[in-house]
Design a protein around this ligand. Structure first.
Ligand code: ZN
Length: 142
C-alpha cells in the first residue's frame, strides 16, 4: 500500500439528453413496426439509435429514415448468466448486426437454435412489442 493519501474519484455518468420531441418518431415507429434511424442532412451519416445532432459535423439538421430490415450478424453472445433484471428470461442471445445502411445495431437475436447462429449470416431487424408492453426491436430469421 502506498502511503500517499488518495481520494475517490467521482463517478462519471454520461447522460444523453435528447428532447422527447426529437425521439418520439422513433418510439412511434416501433409501435407501427418500423425501425427508424436519423441521417445527417449535411454529411449524410446515419445514426442508430437515432441521434438528434450529428457529432461529425455538429449539424442539428437530421432526417428520419426507415431502416431496411436486412442485416448481417457481425458478432453475437449467448448469455446464460443473466443480470438480475433479466432473471425471468431464458438464456438469450445478443447480437450486433450491420445493416445495409452501414449502421450497427445491438439487439436480441431470437428464433434460432444456438447451433444455427454464425457470424455473417443474414437476419432481419424487426420492431416488436415486448410481453411487458415495451416497444423494442430484435433480429429474427429472414
Ligand atoms: Zn453530419
Amino acid at each position: 500500500m502506498s502511503s500517499m493519501p488518495t481520494i475517490k474519484s467521482r463517478e462519471i455518468k454520461i447522460v444523453q439528453d435528447i428532447p422527447i420531441s426529437k425521439t418520439l418518431k422513433f418510439w412511434e415507429g416501433l409501435k407501427e413496426g418500423k425501425v427508424y434511424a436519423t441521417k445527417c442532412k449535411k454529411c449524410g451519416k446515419v445514426y442508430f439509435p437515432p441521434s438528434a445532432d450529428c457529432p461529425e459535423c455538429l449539424s442539428s439538421e437530421m432526417d428520419w429514415i426507415e431502416l431496411s430490415s436486412e442485416a448481417e450478424i457481425e458478432t453475437f453472445t449467448h448469455v446464460v448468466v443473466r443480470p438480475t433484471t433479466f432473471q425471468q428470461y431464458k438464456p438469450y442471445t445478443v447480437a450486433i448486426g450491420k445493416l445495409k445502411e452501414g449502421v450497427r445495431v445491438l439487439a436480441w437475436l431470437t428464433g434460432f437454435k444456438l447451433s444455427q447462429i454464425s457470424v455473417g449470416m443474414k437476419v432481419k431487424l424487426v420492431a416488436k412489442i415486448s410481453p411487458e408492453g415495451y416497444a423494442t426491436y430484435e433480429f429474427v430469421p429472414p
